[in-house]
Design a protein around this ligand. Sequence first.
Ligand code: FES
Length: 104
Amino acid sequence: MAEWVSLIETEALGPGDREVFDVGEHYVAVFNVDGTYYAVEDICTHDGGPLADGTLDGYAIECPRHGARFDIRDGRVLAPPAVRPVRHFDTRVQDGQVQLLIED
Ligand code: FES
């Protein structure tokens, strides 16, 4: 079942900000890039590194452990050593809240 979950007020996660949320079974890294919110699971598919601790270059997040890169817009791999995409979550803004779509 799919469910929208409110995470944080939009004003609390401004452009350039990022934050990790514990949402049920998932740790989700949410990024604000120029006013648009993107969300991926905060677990690198190579060996579990915390992606939110990495460097963001445009839409590419680099894992701080071994340098794999993922596109935060869809989770696809941009650079090895990861070969599997990271899980991506849809986001929306509703009533001043950043919301995340959880599909389990
Ligand atoms: S754990 Fe992320 S690149 Fe190895």
